[in-house]
Design a protein around this ligand. Structure first.
Ligand code: SAM
Length: 332
């Protein structure tokens, strides 16, 4: 297991990256629909950011260790593959989080004298502020510009700030947080913003022993449960709701046929919750769909590349073959 520094996240005094009206509309639409659902992009307030960092440290959450093994052990190979397929480039990371793994790549790029700017994009204000605080201390030679907002708005902003080719990073199995059809649309939308000579390095959590996968989302310490329940706390705080966390239980599932790992909160009793003036009825055992973490085979990933207008170039895997960071080139 590799060791790595976890960047501290700040307290609760953060401005929301999406405005409160949109948050309220999304939550009420999700909880009045059938089935009830909440959008996982809202997990990441200051507490959610911290809980996700705790998840990444859990023994059951193998994803971080696998991707760290790739990024720390094969950094030179990744850089050489990038350089073999593009010219001068800037690095744009979608959903950078604390950039724990990316920092290996950043450090080696600097060591090799590569001239680039790093644009970390994240919807969490807190994440971007923390990166802006810690990156200069850790990598003083790094040129970077944090972009706080939604993926595509900020990808456009990065495009306006950089005249070089783009190497876009989508690490940590972020792509798994979309249903496969949405994931394809997401990759197509990235492709539309790129030019021939640009590259995408994208992480896929691969299909494996279903018990290993399920445990990763059902840790013994209950951190993943707390991460899911924290969204209810956020709704209470920001939207004036009256969720009681004790009324809900965390329930993950994994279907080895489809590769879909899904997390639910279910209501332990019939009751009502108020969000401002809106009343939400919960039935006994009613599920709220929280998040998908889709697993892929390498073939699935290659098919997605081709269907989205990319050429699969190289797949970097960890020693157990549990995770792959795939380098795709834009097809002209
Ligand atoms: C699962 S974490 C992964 C972080 C990092 N890529 C890693 O591998 O450790 C997902 C990150 O994406 C960000 N995120 C989620 N939805 C987003 C969106 N729609 N636009 C921009 N960032 C988003 C979250 O704030 C969070 O930091």
């Amino acid at each position: 297991m590799h060791t790595f520094t976890i960047l501290p996240v700040r307290g609760l005094s953060k401005a929301p990256a999406t405005d409160r009206t949109t948050f309220r509309e999304d939550v009420i639409r999700g909880l009045t629909g059938t089935p009830k659902r909440l959008d996982s992009k809202y997990f990441y307030d200051a507490v959610g950011d911290k809980l996700f960092q705790d998840i990444m440290q859990l023994p059951e959450y193998y994803l971080t260790g696998c991707e760290l093994e790739i990024l720390s052990g094969q950094t030179r190979e990744i850089i050489h593959a990038i350089q073999a397929h593009t010219g001068d480039f800037d690095l744009v990371e979608l959903g950078a989080g604390d950039a724990t793994k990316t920092r290996f790549l950043l450090r080696d790029l600097l060591d090799e004298g590569v001239d680039f700017t790093y644009f970390p994009i994240d919807i969490s204000t807190n994440v971007i502020r923390s990166l802006e605080e810690y990156l200069p201390a850790e990598l003083p030679a790094l040129r970077y510009k944090g972009l706080n907002g939604e993926y595509f708005e900020m990808l456009r902003a990065a495009g306006a700030l950089s005249r070089k080719h783009k190497v876009v990073l989508l690490m940590g199995a972020n792509i798994g947080n979309f249903h496969p059809a949405e994931a394809l649309q997401f990759c197509q939308a990235i492709r539309e913003q790129l030019q021939p000579g640009d590259l995408l390095l994208i992480g896929f959590d691969l299909k494996k022993d279903p018990r290993v996968i399920l445990e990763a989302y059902n840790d013994r310490q209950g951190v993943t449960k707390a991460f899911n329940l924290n969204l209810l706390t956020r709704i209470n705080r920001e939207l004036g709701a009256d969720f009681h966390l004790d009324d809900f239980e965390h329930f993950p599932t994994y279907d080895p046929l489809s590769g879909s790992c899904k997390s639910y909160l279910f209501s332990k009793r019939a009751h009502q919750v108020h969000i401002g003036k809106t009343v939400i009825d919960f039935e006994d055992n009613e599920p709220v769909y929280m998040e998908i973490s889709q697993k892929y085979s390498l073939q699935d990933a290659e098919q997605m590349a081709l269907a989205a207008g990319f050429k699969p170039l190289v797949a970097f895997q960890d020693s157990r073959g549990w995770f792959a960071d795939c380098l795709w080139g834009v097809v002209g």
